[in-house]
Structures are given as C-alpha cells and as structure tokens.
Design a protein around this ligand. Structure first.
Ligand code: BGP
Length: 499
C-alpha cells in the first residue's frame, strides 16, 4: 500500500442536488420540474410519474420503464406523495447546514441550481429574481466558510413546461433555452462560482429518459436525440462559461462503474467491453470532442436517424471539458450465458441489471461495495483521456438509527466510515501508485436527503442525520453522526488520518 499523500489543495467536500434537498418546490415563483412530478417509492415499490390525459384522466406509471402516451401532461396531483416538495427543506435550512459543512472543514460543496427556480417554465425571456437571490445567499454562505461551490447546472430536473410543451430534450430548441439559463447564472454568479458541471449523470438518459431529462418514453431514437442535444448544449455551455469568466473550470458528469466479465470466456470479455461503451460514449464526446465510431455503427444497426452538421461538429470539438467528473457507487458483472445470468441476478434497484459478484458484499439496496472498482475506473479514465478527474459522488446508502446516549442524540454510522475509508485508500493508490490526477472528492448526500432511485428518506448517506421519515413526517432537525467527526479529521489531515 502506498503512503497516503493527497495533493496540496485537494478539494474535499460533499454533494447534494436541489431536487433531493431543497424542498420549497413552489416557493418564490419557482416552476414545477420533472422531479416534482415523481412520487415517493420504496425498495420494492417503484417511484411513479404522474400525468393527465387529454380526457382528464390522471395516471401514474413507474419511473423506470415509463411509456407515457402522446398528449400526456405531466404534473402533480392531489392524493399523491411527492418527496421533492419538502425534501429536507434545505431551502430554509441552508445556513445551518452550510455552517455544519464549514465545521467539517469542507473545501468545496457540490450542489445543483434548480433551473425552474430561475426560469419557471424554462422558456421565459427574463429570470425569476427571487430564485437568483436564493442561490446568491447560498453561495455567499459557502464563501463565508471558504467553501468553493461546485455547481451542477442540470441535476435530474427539467422544467416540466418544457416537457409538456416542446418535448424537452428531444427538441433542439431546448438547447437555446438551456443556454439562456447558463448565461444568466454564469453572469450572475461570476466571481462566486468557478467550478461547474453541465449535466448530472448524462449517460442515465439511456436507462431513464424521465429521470435524466423529463421525457416520458424511451427508444433508441429518443435516447440518441436527447444525448445529441445535451452533448451540444454541454459543449456550448463550456464555451459560454469560459467566455463569461476565463477562471471558470467546467466539467462533465457521468455515472461510472466497472463492468467485469463473469468468466474468462472471451465472449464475456467482449460483452463487458461493449457494456463499458454506455459510460465511455459520453466521456468520449465530452473529453475528445467527437462521436466515437462504435456509436455511429450502433446507430446504423438500430436505424437511428442521426447526423451532425459541420457547425455541430465544430461545437463538440471546441467545447471539450476542462476536467471529468464521475459518480461511482459500485461495479457490476456481465455474462453472455442466460442461465448463469438468471441464477446470479443482482438485486440492485437502479435498473442496472447485471449480476451478483461472489467476491463482493452489497448494500441493503443490493449495490456492491467495491473500492478497487473505483481504482480501476480512475485508471481507465486517466489512461483514456489524460484529463484531471473529480469524484463528485460516492458513498453507501444505509439504514441509520438515531439513539439517545447521555441525554444526547447520536448516530453510530460505522458502515459509512468503512466504505469511505476504503474508497479513499483506493483513490490514494490511484494517485500515488498509478499516477492518476485527481482534483477532489465530494461524497454523495453529505447531509441525509431523498433517494433519487426510490424517493426514500431512510436510505441515508449523510454525515448529518435529518429527522424525516419515509412518509415525510418528522421535525427536520439535524443531528451529527459519528462519520461527521471522522470526516472532519480526514479533511484536516488531508487524508492521512483515516482511523
Ligand atoms: C446518483 C444521482 C444522485 C443520487 C445517487 C444515489 O445516481 O446522481 O442524485 O441520488 O445516485 O442514488 P440513490 O439516491 O438512488 O441512492
């Protein structure tokens, strides 16, 4: 094992997203977004998307595999429970929450701007001043504690009016609306924000066009259209943010993992390689600036209508990112043998499919725990692109208990500490043994928040416990977990003190 040596200025911090934390879903002029129309689910019950048919009938369909008919108008309706509406009420608690991040010594805090807070339908000419003011206050609060905001421009929420009126990201017009929003926040927060990410987990469009982009259907054509428009929007956003402030550093964000072949049968090995295209395609375009041949061949095979004008090619070439960012939670396994596949099916809830890995333990939600997979991922990205990497999501969803000890409420979340320690050690190997350039680390859900895949509250990631239950009841009070004190030491020692 290499000696622990994280680079000077390494950006330790934590991450959240607006739709999973803020609440205040209709406060101060905010418009509805796709996540506001997605109900609470559980480990066994899917989150549902609600919409109204032209006949007036209201329907709810599972978010994964959603196939809403043409003419469906997405919205939120009486009698359904939508966790984003209150979430953890960060909208009203941000000062105390950021003070706690400051106490832990965060160097950076990843959060997203909710597009519909700034442009309620996504299509207005003028922004909503109250929305802009909210983020001004949030960023000022971060800067008070020397925390650099790391801002995701689009994290799983599209203004719902864009979905209902123009087909959201299937329509190229959305690129212009998005850029209007980027210009607005880029100019407004110039000098306060220097680190930006364009689209959260841009590759999730392949699995859930609803979650990623507020689209009610999925087909190869739809996924290709969303991806093209978002890749162009991302490239244009990179150029725009550089133009607004040459100090801006703009990254992409891909849900990343390692896909292992189940056996050394070359067919399993090639299947794992093909599976990795689901991650690499987006990285390839955003880091290298052009569509890879394997994707063009896939479009040909699937009769996807796809072309790029010379101007679009130029945009992709000139709008490559300054750094890569990834979420990494787990690895998966692939086999071409249907019997082996069926027998070893993983129980993950992300629709990732794949199989159980006999060498690894898994979380309560079936997500495998694989720190070496992170090292493999970092090596692969570094070898492929030679761009600095930021791990902007990583951690373990656990069931945490708040208990009273000596008249104080405490939470012994050893599983978080163990998971994070092992992943930090893997990062250290990647940096010091393998020579990967790593910019920072923002573990996911640094304060408990609503789960994206299930809508639950009790899938907890935080260093800070938030007293809300799955049904939305609770005081919303914040409590410090053991991992809070541990992470504070980790940051203070620049990663050396992991005990
Ligand atoms: C990523 C998302 C996050 C976050 C995380 C954990 O895919 O970018 O928004 O939620 O996964 O997933 P979950 O909340 O389902 O546990």
């Amino acid at each position: 094992m290499s000696e622990i040596r994280f680079p000077e200025g390494f950006l330790w911090g934590g991450a959240i997203a607006a739709n999973q934390a803020e609440g205040g879903y209709n406060a101060d002029g905010k418009g509805l977004s796709s996540s506001d129309c997605t109900t609470r689910g559980s480990k066994t019950k899917p989150r549902m998307v609600t919409y109204q048919l032209p006949s007036g009938e209201i329907k709810a369909e599972p978010m994964f595999g959603l196939n809403a008919p043409d003419g469906a108008k997405f919205g939120c309706f009486e009698g359904y429970d939508y966790p984003s509406h209150n979430a953890i009420d960060f909208y009203h608690h941000f000062k105390e929450d950021i003070a706690l991040f400051g106490e832990m010594g965060f160097k950076t805090f990843r959060l997203s701007i909710n597009w519909a807070r700034i442009f309620p339908t996504g299509m207005e000419e003028e922004p909503n001043e109250a929305g802009l003011k909210f983020y001004d206050e949030v960023f000022d609060e971060c800067l008070k504690y020397n925390i650099k905001p790391l801002v995701t421009l689009s994290h799983y929420e599209t203004p719902i009016a864009l979905s209902n009126e123009i087909g959201s990201w299937t329509n190229p017009k959305t690129i212009d609306y998005f850029l209007r929003y980027v210009k607005c926040v880029g100019e407004r927060y110039k000098g306060k924000v220097e680190y930006w990410l364009t689209f959260n987990e841009i590759n999730v469009a392949q699995m859930s066009p609803w979650m990623s982009s507020g689209i009610g259907q999925r087909s190869p054509q739809i996924v290709a259209d969303i991806s093209k428009h978002q890749l162009i929007a991302s490239a244009k956003a990179v150029m725009l943010l550089h133009e607004i402030d040459p100090n801006n550093k703009v990254g992409n964000m891909v849900a990343y993992g390692a896909i292992y072949p189940y056996t050394c049968n070359p067919d399993d090995v090639i299947a794992s390689k093909m599976g990795m295209h689901g991650y690499h395609f987006y990285e390839d375009v955003q880091a290298r600036g052009y569509y890879p041949n394997y994707k063009l061949k896939e479009y040909e095979r699937e009769n996807v209508n796809f072309s790029l004008t010379d101007e679009e090619k130029e945009v992709l070439k000139n709008g490559t990112v300054d750094f890569l960012s990834i979420s990494y939670y787990m690895s998966s396994v692939i086999s071409v043998d249907p019997e082996v596949l069926a027998k070893n099916k993983a129980e993950g809830n992300m629709g990732l499919g794949g199989m159980r890995n006999p060498y690894l333990k898994a979380s309560e939600w079936g997500w495998t725990i694989d720190p070496t997979g992170l090292r493999i991922a970092l090596n692969e990205l570094w070898e492929r692109y030679q761009k600095p990497i930021f791990i902007v999501e990583n951690s373990l969803g656990t069931i945490d208990e708040l208990v009273e000890e000596d008249g104080k409420m405490v939470c012994h979340d050893k599983a978080h500490i163990d998971y994070l320690r092992d992943h930090i050690l893997a990062m250290n190997e990647a940096i010091n043994y393998d020579g990967v350039e790593l910019l920072g680390y923002t573990p996911w859900g640094c304060i408990d928040l609503v789960s994206a895949s299930t809508g639950e509250m009790h899938k907890r990631y935080g260093f800070i416990y938030v007293d809300y239950k799955d049904d939305g009841t609770g005081s919303g009070d914040r409590y410090i977990k053991d991992s809070f004190y541990w992470y504070k030491k980790v940051i203070a020692s620049n990663g050396k003190d992991l005990d």
